[in-house]
Design a protein around this ligand. Sequence first.
Ligand code: PEP
Ligand code: MG
Length: 322
Amino acid sequence: EQAALRAYIDQPSVDRDGHHVEIAGNIGRPDDAEVVRANGGDGVGLFRTEFLYMDRNDFPSEEEQYIAYKTVLEKMEGRKTVVRTLDIGGDKELSYLTLPEEMNPFLGYRAIRLCLEERSLFRVQLRALLRASIHGDLKIMFPMIATLDEFRTAKNFLMEVKAELIEEGFEVSDDIEVGMMVEIPSAAVIADLFAKEADFLSIGTNDLIQYTLAADRMNEKVSYLYQPYHPAILRLVKNVIDAAHANGKWVGMCGEMAGDEIAIPILLGFGLDEFSMSASSILHARAQISKLSKAEMTKHIDHILTLTTSADIENYVIENLL
Ligand code: PEP
Ligand code: MG
């Protein structure tokens, strides 16, 4: 099977009818970009930058971060590279940043909430990203956006930092798309409002599922509620995709669901533009999509949306679409 999959390495990511999608990789370290390329990835759909900050004793400097982002962009050789700004807090702690203890870390002070409060920390990362932007096709996205105000504030701050850099004489790319993760239900519900202001949306199902079903993604006692095919999740995902397209924006998914063979036919049918997953899943996803037809999925989608439980939806896909 491995050998058969290797045949897809230089193939375009298209369905049976030639409908194009992007199959990208999720990375955590600069070297992972090579693994994405070795697996034929069309780009990087999610660079989780918190790894630059972890397992060390102090914040990474602007120069250090600049090198890391430049390295990834160069390894991707002009292919789309989506870098997510710092998503620290919650389950991801830093030894050198003491944060108050929280009752509900997943609902607390983290990610964009922390970055908008700790502007000096955020500025260093944005400066490094903007400086690296000239080395490839950089897209920047903000994590854990719940309100339009957060997105606007983050984007305005990014523009401010860009102006500072230009003032200082640095070269900065002029066409950096600025998007956001849709991983909080409030954002998924008002995706139409976000899609007017963001250049792209990327659905983070790992968090979207835990928040929508109120089931901690790390808690085994409630893992039975962590249901990617729950009708509520499918409706939210469809809403986000439709909202993006109605506003002429592209939409990706960078949660685990994007590489899941049960979810892939449904996501293709919904019209998802970019599937970002662990590098090891890329070829399998490309092979699977090559055998499906987006156009033909429409009638399956109509039926799937009438099904009432996650199990019914899973069974329908297994029986009809795998
Ligand atoms: C997500 O929430 O789906 C996501 C991609 O981000 P992370 O897993 O890093 O929270
Ligand atoms: Mg997340």
